[in-house]
Structure formats: C-alpha cells, structure tokens
Design a protein around this ligand. Structure first.
Ligand code: TUI
Length: 313
C-alpha cells in the first residue's frame, strides 16, 4: 500500500505505533520499524539523556527509521527537543499541546514533524506552522484525550488541511484501518494493540488486563479539571472518580496518580496503578509479535478494501 505517509516517512506500511509513556521504549519501537511500520520512542516525562539512550539502543536493533514522541507537558520538553536535533531524528510526533515553538528548529534540521491534534482548529494552525502531516486522535484513545470521536474528527480534519492525516483512537485491526482510510486518512496510529506485543516490555499483569478487558471497561478521570485521561477501571479510578465527584481539589486528586503509570507498566500493580488503554482494549485478544500484528492488519485491510469494491454491481 502506497500513501503520502508511506512516501513521506519512507516506510513500507502506513502503520505508526503510538508513543506511549513507559511502554514505547527502544525494543517496541525497533520491532515495529523492523516490521515495516514506524516505531516511536515515547519521551513522555523522561529526562533528555534517557531519550538519547533509547534512540541509540533502537538504532542498534534496526536500520529502519524510528520516530520520537514529545509529550509537551513534560518538564524536560525543551531538552528533549534539543536531543532530537542532535540525534537527527527523522520523524517527530508531539502530544498534549502545541509544538509551535520547536517547529523551526526541527524542520530546519530535516525532521518531519507530525503533531497530534484533537480539533480542526489546531490541525489548521499546525499546517500553517509547517507540520508535514497531522495525527487526528479521537476520544477512543488511551491516555490524555480530546473530546471528538475518531469517526467525526478524521474527516473534518481531512477537509480542513492539505497535509496528509493519520487517524488514531479506536483502531486495532484491519477493519479499523480500512474504515480510517475511507474517512480520508492515509495511515493509522495504534497504541493499545502494540502494548500487548511480544516485544513490549510492559508488565504481564498490564497486558493481561488489556486482553481480558471488555468493551466498556475504560473510565475517564480528570474531566472536571481539564486533563481527561482514559484508562481501564480499577480501585484507583473508582476512588479518583468518587473524590472528583465530591469536588476534591486537583492537587489532592493528583496525589492518587503520582508514579501510578510506572507502577502499573513496570511493577504490574494494575489495582492501584494507572492502566492507560483505549476503548479498543475489548477487542485486543492476543499477544503477537509486531511483525505478526502488522502483517495480519495489512492482509485484513487489503481483503476488506477489495471486497468493498464488489458491493456495487
Ligand atoms: O498526548 C496524548 N496522550 C497522552 S499524554 C499522556 S501523559 C499525561 N498524563 C496525564 C495528564 C496529561 C498528560 C498520556 N497520554 N495523546 C495525544 C493528544 N494530544 N491527545 C490530545 C492531545 C492534545 C490536546 C490539546 C493536543 C493538543 C491540544 O491542544 C492544546 C493547545 O495548546 O492548543
């Protein structure tokens, strides 16, 4: 399959792995890139030298291009932005904010810059600012989310900008990918499905929670204070949502989540930790290698698109 995204990023398949905090490290990113997609190292809240180390370790595992996601709320965002210049990262995605202040330094260094957007307004602003593509991420996603669904956001962003659009949020198989292409997207980004990849270093308890999840098992915390985060329901979300309803202030609520994502991903505490996952978790049923996942998704997408061509006589 050839799209403007496969051309732009010099990849075989238009599948990008999300830059999930703690999970998207060098093993996962290298495995996705080696399988023909685009692997992403998630800088999240990590210090810049950690990011540099992960980039170098990934480069020992694959010669294919690897990207880095910058989480713009990170206290280390400025230093990470500089490391990406020094390491000549070919593809930079951003999340949770407006990357405008870094655009010039990244673009003049030859990087392709692809911001995640949750609205048409930000997509337009990013295109004006020089973005090479945008990722339109619907509220079905795990982690920090916007308000619109993928089904409504993607075609509206496609209509609003000329740069290629990557669809994200709620996509976990060939059906989702085929649908995203029908909405006008030229690639997809997937997170939750790759969390359970064999190459993912995520704790087995976390993977098992995703594999056992049902369709309605995610909850969104933080809606009242403007930082909505989708995660699988557990003891912690129950307590958080109860306190949130009681009007407990943000600072106190945040104490419940300090270090909670690491506790879940690294130590396997899926009761009191933060188990970020998208609404597609209910459909993610097996651990596979990244290569198996990507080949299965591409074959399914191809079959569906060919079958769609026979619906009209
Ligand atoms: O960023 C994500 N997902 C994330 S970031 C994260 S770390 C975190 N944890 C707790 C609270 C906040 C962050 C966990 N998951 N996805 C990409 C994404 N970007 N989703 C939504 C947005 C977004 C939202 C508003 C992008 C831009 C934006 O614009 C605001 C502005 O400044 O215009």
């Amino acid at each position: 399959m050839k799209t403007r995204i496969t051309e732009l990023l010099q990849i075989e398949y238009p599948i990008i792995q999300g830059g999930m905090a703690w999970v998207a490290e060098h093993n996962l990113a290298a495995a996705v890139s080696q399988a023909g997609g685009l692997g992403i190292i998630g800088a999240a809240n990590a210090p810049a030298e950690w990011v540099r180390g992960e980039i170098r370790k990934a480069r020992e595992l694959t010669d294919k291009p690897i990207g880095v996601n910058v989480m713009l709320l990170s206290p280390y965002a400025d230093e990470v932005a500089q490391v990406l210049v020094e390491e000549k990262i070919p593809v930079i995605t951003t999340g949770a904010g407006n990357p405008g202040k870094y655009m010039e330094m990244w673009k003049s260094n030859g990087s392709k810059v692809i911001p995640v957007v949750a609205s048409v307004a930000l997509a337009r602003m990013m295109e004006k600012g020089g973005a090479d593509a945008v990722i339109a991420e619907g509220t079905e996603s795990g982690g920090h989310i916007g308000a619109s669904t993928t089904m409504t956001l993607v075609p509206q962003v496609v209509d609003a900008v000329n740069v290629p659009v990557i669809a994200a949020g709620g996509i976990g198989d060939g059906r989702g990918m085929a649908a995203a292409l029908m909405l006008g997207a030229e690639a997809v980004q997937m997170g939750t499905r790759f969390v359970v990849a064999k190459e993912s270093i995520c704790h087995q308890n976390y993977k098992d929670r995703i594999i056992k999840a049902k369709d309605i098992d995610s909850a969104v915390t933080g809606r009242t204070h403007g930082h909505p985060v989708r995660q699988l329901r557990n003891q912690m979300t129950k307590e958080y949502l109860k306190k949130e309803q009681e009007g407990v202030p943000f600072e106190e609520l945040e104490l419940l989540t300090v270090g909670a994502l690491k506790n879940a991903v690294v130590d396997g505490d899926v009761k009191n930790g933060t188990v970020m996952a998208g609404q597609i978790a209910g459909m993610v049923k097996k651990e596979q290698t990244c290569k198996e996942m990507i080949e299965e998704i591409m074959a399914e997408t191809k079959g569906l698109l060919q079958k769609a061509g026979t619906l009209y006589e």
